[in-house]
Design a protein around this ligand. Structure first.
Ligand SMILES: [Zn+2]
Length: 354
């Protein structure tokens, strides 16, 4: 047998690791859950909060009925061809301070491991995330002007808010169940909020900050963040990772829509967030979650840059279980809402296809 023949045979044989991976994932798959906040609130326009009671019920249910794995254990299971039936992982995006204050004690009580993907530019900045600040300066505006304007790239857009001028904040927000997924807008301010979010989400962070400062000025809002909405401090991120139950992954620096940035700026966001967190924690950070995570939020080039940065596993957000031959740099997650324990149990069964 010549060397050339041996090489040919090797090429014709699928790598064992791939076969094992396919076999293990064909049995039901794994479900990776995506949370943002564990926070008790009666007004949540972005639907990011799960109440402490519901989160406690979710974790108790996972412990009782599923094989809860850390992302590292899932990866090891995939490589070894041994992913247990009913494998579930818990993740959080963004790095809200309530992940430490509210989520971690519940995770500890149920011995559920989790990974928190942190937007490193917000860490220790004492700021609300930009979408929360937008909510504060628009929906909770002390003074509603006749019209709101946003200027970017030499163009100015305006929203007529005159009919909302007279209402108090509590009158304006009397429909506490309103959220951005609802088709209706109770006041022109709600509509402006929704549309300004769309404009700001694709701006680079510096232009976004200018637009937010301008909106603060227009609405008589202060720059003081709401304490309950703060991103974690540097100390909080360290405390979160202490004990090994919770690990930290990267989520860019400023939380941009990566596909809307010039490729080099996007690559910098990816590399820098990994470095920032490694420096903060004194240990390697090898997982990454794409901000927003929908299909158009990142490009193939961004995926290649994530891989080149030394990230071993990266996570998107377009629903569904992780199945055979999954791309480890675009693993699906399921967005969890403020579901009751019962609704959570039902959704998980669906996710596994039962
Ligand atoms: Zn995010």
């Amino acid at each position: 047998v010549t060397t050339a023949e041996m090489q040919l045979r090797a090429l014709a044989r699928p790598p064992r690791r791939l076969l094992r991976r396919a076999a293990s994932f064909l049995v039901g798959g794994a479900v990776i859950l995506l949370y943002h906040r564990v926070h008790d609130t009666d007004f949540d326009p972005w639907l990011l909060s799960v109440s402490t009671k519901n989160f406690d019920d979710h974790m108790a249910h996972l412990r009782r009925h599923y094989a809860v794995l850390s992302l590292a254990e899932l990866r090891a299971g995939v490589d070894a061809g041994r992913v247990p039936r009913g494998a579930v992982c818990v993740t959080f995006d963004d790095g809200y301070d309530d992940n430490l204050r509210n989520a971690k004690p519940i995770l500890e009580r149920h011995r559920v491991s989790a990974t928190v993907f942190v937007a490193s530019g917000y860490t220790g900045a004492g700021l609300e995330f930009w979408w929360d600040e937008l909510e504060r300066v628009v929906l909770h505006a002390p003074n509603v002007p006749q019209r709101l304007t946003v200027s970017s790239g030499g163009a100015t857009r305006a929203w007529d808010t005159a009919s909302a001028c007279a209402a108090t904040v509590s009158e304006r927000l009397s429909d506490r169940g309103w959220n951005v997924e609802r088709p209706d807008d109770p006041t022109p301010l709600h509509r402006a909020f929704r549309e300004i979010h769309r404009v700001l989400s694709t701006l680079p962070a510096d232009e976004q900050a200018v637009a937010l400062a301008d909106l603060r000025h227009q609405t008589g809002s202060t720059s003081a963040p709401r304490q309950a909405n703060l991103a974690m401090s540097r100390e909080s991120v360290r405390s979160l990772a202490e004990g090994g139950l919770v690990s930290v992954g990267a989520h860019t620096v400023t939380h941009p829509v990566l596909s809307s940035l010039p490729p080099d700026a996007a690559a910098h966001e990816i590399r820098q967030s990994k470095q920032d967190l490694e420096q903060l924690l004194g240990q390697p950070v090898t997982s990454f979650a794409y901000p927003y995570g929908y299909r158009g939020a990142y490009t193939e080039r961004n995926v290649a840059d994530v891989r080149a940065a030394g990230i071993t596993d990266a996570y998107s957000n377009f629903g569904g279980a992780v199945r055979a031959a999954a791309d480890c740099h675009q693993l699906n997650r399921i967005l969890v809402r403020d579901w009751s324990g019962e609704a959570f149990a039902r959704r998980l069964r669906w996710a596994f296809g039962d």
